[in-house]
Design a protein around this ligand. Sequence first.
Ligand code: C5P
Length: 217
Amino acid sequence: SHIPVITIDGPTASGKGTVAARVADRLGYHLLDSGALYRLTALSAMRAGVALDDEQGVAQLAQVLPASFSNGDIFLAGEEVGALIRAEEVGNNASKIAAFPSVRQALYALQLGFRKAPGLVADGRDMGTVIFPNARLKVFLTASVEARAERRYKQLIGKGFSANMDDLLADLQARDDRDTHRTVAPLVPAEGAYILDTSDMSVDEAVEQVLHWHTLL
Ligand code: C5P
């Protein structure tokens, strides 16, 4: 397809979701938050009482996932669940079911469908490597595990949740480990990806850098 795609992949809490949304907004492009699809699938399984290690059961739910997105809101079967799927438990479960090839396969076509004119910004783990290998611009957005834990901590406290720095660090490391070492679609920079380490960067600076790379292409 000739419709331009910008992929932004990276680890948990790297800020890629925020950067992707801002870049999409600036360019008037559509946005694909692919992590939300894995989170919605995990939430569906939790609600349906399907065990998280039941690959076929979870894949069947993913195949008919009643997900929809509108103006930053995220719906599962018509119910707005944007805040609910951000819970750490849902994120951890998402990372477990994301390791199943048949679950990833079930969400493949759904993700391709987000590529619509005038363009798409897609954020996740395998946007540049698997889903949109012919993207115009590929970014691998990362930050040290300490910087990411600190951001997550501030986010949670800001939302009125309690949080513990040591637990957050351990959770992030465990999730990084699962995402990086799984056999299907592991988290690695795509060939030709620009690496952006945002440990000492503001969101504004990261957004400007991505937009700058975009104008060079
Ligand atoms: O990005 P987010 O934290 O919302 O993603 C939740 C989980 O979904 C990740 O930990 C990862 O395991 C999985 N995921 C994935 N591939 C993607 C996006 C997310 O495996 N493209």
